[in-house]
Design a protein. Sequence first.
Length: 163
Amino acid sequence: MLLTKRGRRLIDSVELTDLTLLHTVRFPVEIVLFQLYAAGMVPQIMTFNGYNFDVITGLTAPVIFYLVFKAELIGNRGLLAWNFLGLALLLTIMFIAVASSQTPFQLYGFEQPNIGVTYFPFVLLPGIIVPAALFAHLVSIRRLVINVLKHSANFQPKYTPEI
């Protein structure tokens, strides 16, 4: 989508407010992952009792939304930092999930491999929810970086999205 002008215009038409609020879905996802762990379908390392701190993004999304877009107490740089943190947490659990799967490359979860996300409806997690969260972070970061740079001295972008 970033390779064409039309694709960039399309992704730039999505509101930052919507991209931020999309991350609220990550809180219930963490509850589902914990239930999958309790059912013996994912390893503990994939839950908030393990090394999955992605729940922080889901819990803070409405707070960040309020502080940035309603109260205007946090600016673009704060939202950018939050998106980088959320992206790091998402990439961490993505690595853990893949490394806990029953593959020749398995690194974690030997006592209980990651099999829960291979069943419907849980397959929607790696198939739709994670890519949507990744998309939201990357689009937000792109737009915020352009906006922050645009307000810096001596910067002349070739393409400026309408924010």
